[in-house]
Design a protein around this ligand. Structure first.
Ligand code: HEM
Ligand SMILES: *[C@@H]1O[C@H](CO)[C@@H](O)[C@H](O)[C@H]1NC(C)=O
Length: 542
């Protein structure tokens, strides 16, 4: 590629025409300082759209050598990525960004993202684990060490022969959280019971006014927390308040913002950790006293948590309190931070999209079951519930609009995906959040909530609708993919649909004057998206 030379020459020529006066010297100085930037921009503009000499995806133009696209990456990711949505006028072409010598590959083609997940031997998440644990979850070095044993792409010096914590946990996630397991069944049942208890406390026969998103957070933080962690962790307002304060700074923590730019975020996280430490000290002597075949009990909640607790005791010093606390935070965050916003969007869209609430009421009626002791709110046949086609459609559509999940990966060995090379050491981001909102895939109404798109249209040829819906499915991947695909996705589906079911069947809603709040897409890639503001509604027990 030598077409850069004439450009440089022409800049030099035009500069040589400037006569030497004090004013022009000043101008000349400015231009001289700018020259390398102009030069970089010119070259990178000319190369735009072409694969690199190593066959990597094209590099978009940038101004400053070495710094590359770093500043764009620090800003709004939603804007940045939307800029690459249709590179070269064509959809779904990958891109290579550069930031301080680090390569970041962006993949926007849904089938290339699937392929990336399938290359799980050479394109992996694990090298990012230490960064994530340290910066998002305040993980101690001892905790990071434990999580690193046996992980691909992570330096194993000094870790040889130690217990492979992550592999053991992975096996337990599948054993306790997959469909058909006793673990999943009991967690969902506890979730339903605890939700009904909380609703019983917070609602009555008279209409009351609530801020919908804040209200769902309040109920569900407790009930989903208890479904996994039992009764000893204190799910009070203080823990909730600190948790959400910490969560609100998640993207900034990831970008290593200093405290003064995100005041109180790290302090709130410390307080969450303090509660986990208090909990650890309270329950630690009970772990060995509970039979292995107990699926759920009040001290540790789910067996998954109890097993995790016991495994931690094997690999961490008993007095390394902070390590014990922080090793729980990532799971706890995954549990609370994504499912609750997803539920809020689902309910909001159901309440404010004409006709949806009524249709759900009819569909849900046969799944109603008697209340559990201590409450008068109904329960549901969960197996029936999660097979309801319309409820499922309202759930898929809430995920599509209200969830934005990135799949960051590191390339361990040069890997080819769909004709492009991804070089060792580079980072890949699968941009599923763009795919799930792309007008060319979903239609002009891509940003509208339309559950019908997940079902056969009236009069549509069955073969056509099957194919159409299958295409849609391949373009919605809110739970990631490959070996680190979200292990909690089945629990999320069950708890969220059960929550929606009770709110639809057992309450009367007055939504007059309200509307679904705007989705805050600045949180691009952060999982369940927050709302800009909230919406006030009235509800009462039926
Ligand atoms: C709507 C709700 C949820 C969404 C959108 C979501 C999304 C995700 C995503 C995108 C990943 C990373 C996948 C990848 O690397 O490609 C993930 C991982 C994970 N999620 Fe979820 N999640 C949700 C609910 C839950 C729940 C309820 C739990 C707990 C029961 C959970 C536990 C986890 C854990 C432990 C991981 C890490 C898995 C590993 O590293 O092997 N998630 N989740
Ligand atoms: C819900 O809909 C999605 C998308 O069409 C589909 O992949 C999934 O199998 C459905 N789930 C059930 C239980 O029908």
């Amino acid at each position: 590629m030598n077409s850069s030379i004439p450009i440089a020459d022409s800049i030099r020529e035009s500069l040589s025409l400037i006569s030497i006066t004090p004013a022009s010297i000043a101008l000349y100085t400015v231009l001289a300082a700018a020259l390398p930037l102009v030069y970089t921009f010119a070259i990178t503009t000319l190369n735009d759209g072409k694969p690199t000499k190593d066959g990597e995806p094209p590099v978009p133009p940038y101004w400053i050598p070495f710094v590359g696209h770093a500043f764009s990456l620090m800003g709004s990711l939603d804007k940045l990525h939307n800029g690459y949505r249709k590179a070269d006028g064509r959809l779904g072409r990958p891109r290579t960004l550069l930031a301080f010598g680090q390569k970041i590959y962006l993949i926007t083609n849904p089938s290339s993202i699937l392929l990336m997940w399938r290359k799980g031997k050479t394109v992996v998440f694990e090298p990012m684990l230490a960064y994530v644990m340290k910066n998002l979850f305040d993980g101690t070095d001892s905790c990071i060490k434990v999580l690193s044993v046996g992980q691909p792409g992570v330096d194993q010096t000094g870790l040889e022969g130690q217990i492979e914590w992550a592999k053991i946990m992975h096996k337990w996630y599948i054993q306790e959280l997959n469909p058909g397991t006793l673990g999943l069944e009991s967690m969902t049942n506890v979730f339903i019971r605890e939700t009904n208890m909380e609703l019983e406390k917070h609602t009555g026969k008279e209409f009351q006014q609530v801020d919908l998103f804040a209200w769902i957070k309040k109920i569900m933080f407790v009930s989903s927390g208890r479904a996994l962690y039992g009764y000893k962790l204190r799910f009070d307002d203080e823990l909730a308040c600190n948790f959400w304060k910490w969560d609100s700074g998640f993207l900034e923590l990831n970008k290593l913002y200093p405290d003064f730019m995100i005041p109180g975020v790290r302090a709130a996280r410390s307080k969450v950790l303090d509660e986990f430490t208090r909990w650890y000290l309270e329950v630690k002597d009970s772990a060995g006293k509970i039979d292995d075949d107990v699926i759920w009990e009040e001290t540790f909640g789910a067996r998954l948590i109890r097993n995790r607790f016991k495994l931690n005791a094997q690999v961490l010093a008993a007095d390394d309190h902070k390590a014990h606390a922080s090793i729980h935070l990532s799971l706890f965050w995954g549990l609370e931070a994504n499912a609750i916003p997803a539920t809020s969007w689902m309910i909001a869209y159901i309440l404010f999209t004409p006709g949806v609430y009524e249709k759900l009421k009819t569909e849900l009626a046969p799944c109603l079951r008697a209340p559990v002791e201590g409450t008068s709110l109904p329960t549901f046949d969960v197996d029936m519930l999660i097979k309801l086609p319309y409820l499922n459609a309202t759930w898929q559509e809430a995920l599509r609009l209200g969830v934005s999940s990135l799949s960051p990966r590191i390339v361990l060995e040069d890997t080819e995906i769909d004709g492009y090379m991804y070089k060792k050491g580079g980072m890949i981001q699968g941009l599923s959040p763009l795919v799930q909102l792309e007008e060319e895939y979903w239609g002009k109404d891509a940003h509208e909530y339309k559950p019908e798109r997940w079902l056969p249209y009236p009069g549509e040829d069955p073969a056509v609708s099957t194919k159409r819906i299958r295409e849609f499915q391949s373009k919605l991947r809110p739970f990631g993919g490959g070996t680190t695909v979200c292990p909690g996705r089945h629990f999320a589906a069950q708890e969220i649909q059960a929550m929606v079911a009770v709110l639809v069947m057992a309450f009367e809603w007055d939504t007059a004057g309200g509307k679904v709040p705007e989705i805050n897409r600045d949180f691009f890639g952060a999982g369940g998206l927050p709302a800009k503001g909230d919406v006030t509604v009235k509800l009462r027990r039926l």
